[in-house]
Design a protein around this ligand. Sequence first.
Ligand code: PMP
Length: 356
Amino acid sequence: MTRPSVDTLVRTSIAKMTLYASNREPCAIDLSDNTNPRGAPPSARAVVPQTNVDLFARYPSHYAADLKGAIAAHLGVGPDEIVTGCGSDDVLDSAIRAFANPGGALAYPDPTFAMVPYFARVNDLEPRPVPLLGPERGYDVDAEGLLAQRASITYVCSPNNPTGTRTSAAAMERLLAEAEGVVLLDEAYIEYAGDSLVRRAKSQGRLLVVRTFSKAFGLAGARVGYAVGAPELVAAVEKSRGPYKVTALAEQVTVAALKNDAAWVETGVRDVLSARERFVAFLAQRGIASLPSSANFVLVPVRDAAGQAKALRQRGVAVRPFPGLTGIGDAVRISIAPWELLEPALPAFEEVLSCA
Ligand code: PMP
């Protein structure tokens, strides 16, 4: 009997996919991934050297109970309204699996966070992109278009990656009122915008707000994310996600940061917002327009995203190229650092960036 080739053993949806990858080559000034350029929060520095390594001999708690308690206190919600995971990637993937059967659809604005259609495919859902409305509508989501998909899951990211734009309250209210399935609201960058819907999540019932410690909290390498929602939704995500997804060390570090580093986070956010204003003005003075950003990055439409990102890298500055974005065309996404960290990159931008 001939056995099938190994290729044919791979789940069909996964066999067709390309592995996610972005350029992680070290670079003098890395403005490519929207993490916190000030580094890890002070309490991470304190907790890690004091950690008893024997912690690693045992499993962590099943569902990160201490972390849930600390997040609940931070947000003013109940611990039963929180599910944690190995980064918000893991939470999104688990939620997508929890709220749709294979063959269902996931509607999302285009462009948005690239891992969302990826996780839809992994979970055998049909990704249904709905273009963002144009510049005259502030790149708002097309609520009508999203609702028309009648999808099991509707994903919205506000502020949106990679555009930096936010979803209007009117569009959000329509989605919450009329979506047939679950609404996943990704607030990865909410600390920079400040209009979170976490407090609405429980009473709303079908809204799950997904957040991360990878951005304003400076803990991308710890891999901790979470979602807030009604306890029944949260319980479904937790089942789909399974136990032990937050490591013992990551839990300790994140709990310490939540308890002690609020002021550090706030200062970082303030510094980024003022640097963003100066950076956008710097670009505008050179005739370079960027999309209106509510996040710690700006999206700049350019003539040749790959070429300009490469030229910037040769000058020691890493940005993220986005070739051919729907409705926008080529663009580079530039993370905003506090001004003293951003300023040394300005000559490279001056030399390289040119508009579409
Ligand atoms: N959501 C959005 C919108 C993001 O930009 C990112 C990271 N780039 C994530 C989720 C995932 O972040 P993490 O897994 O580090 O929490």
